[in-house]
Write a protein that binds this ligand. Structure first.
Ligand code: PLP
Length: 224
């Protein structure tokens, strides 16, 4: 166990040194227990990502003493999970429709919070994933921006499986361009397998799970 701990710490330090200026590391802890999250938090990692609210809540409870942790929700967001997600997460990366955004706005008002949120966008057709079509997002942007209880700061995207490195780089660059056009600062893009391309293309957040924590035990695997 001490070895595993030291290896994880080394991976975290290596990633932190590799991050270009302006790119932040989101540690994706889904599928892993609270103990390694605590270790990384004690090293100085602040931002952690989870994709299922029912897995995240017990973990958050076990780590409640670490008040500095900022929890990010990165999973597909179902309408009936908006309230627990708004309550338990500071940043939500996966807002993928106007109806969901409006619901989040209403619930955030009821809960007395203003979550930071990213709009998940599908830069290429991909039946396996949720997300806005770029044109539909551009059309809805005035309505989204007018919602008073959600603070949209960026876009989130994922490359479809099977893309080449060149295709991924082009897709990430297109996402950056769209974010700039909408006046959004943040781009959450890139995972263990492709974060360097995403960072080079203008990501401000990269979401790294297995490249930091190791392989996920059990069944929770991408795209969870
Ligand atoms: C699981 C997950 C990640 C992390 O994936 P790794 O390949 O383990 O780095 C990033 N983003 C989302 C949306 C995920 O669901």
């Amino acid at each position: 166990m001490p070895n595993e701990l030291e290896e994880r710490a080394q991976r975290w330090r290596a990633l932190q040194t590799q991050m270009p200026e302006g790119v932040r590391l989101l540690a994706v802890s889904k599928g892993h227990p609270a103990a390694p999250v605590r270790e990384l938090a004690e090293l100085g990692q602040v931002d952690f990502g989870e994709s299922r609210v029912q897995d995240a809540l017990p973990k958050q409870e076990q780590l409640a003493d670490l008040v500095q942790i900022r929890w990010h929700f990165i999973g597909r967001l179902q309408a009936n999970k908006v309230r627990p997600v708004v309550r338990a997460f500071a940043v939500i990366h996966s807002v993928d429709s106007l109806a969901l955004a409006q619901r989040m706005d209403r619930i955030a008002a009821e809960e007395g919070v203003i979550p930071e949120a990213f709009l998940q966008v599908k830069m290429r057709p991909d039946p396996a994933k949720g997300g806005w079509d770029p044109q539909a997002l551009t059309d809805a942007w005035p309505q989204l921006q007018a919602l008073p209880h959600v603070r949209f700061t960026g876009l989130m995207t994922m490359a479809p499986l099977g893309c080449s490195q060149e295709q991924r780089s082009a897709l990430f660059a297109d996402c950056r361009t769209l974010a700039d056009r909408l006046g959004l600062r943040e781009c959450s893009m890139g995972m263990s397998g492709d974060w360097p391309e995403a960072a080079a293309a203008g990501a401000t957040w990269v979401r790294v799970g297995s490249g930091l924590f190791g392989a996920r035990p059990g069944v929770v695997n991408f795209p969870a």
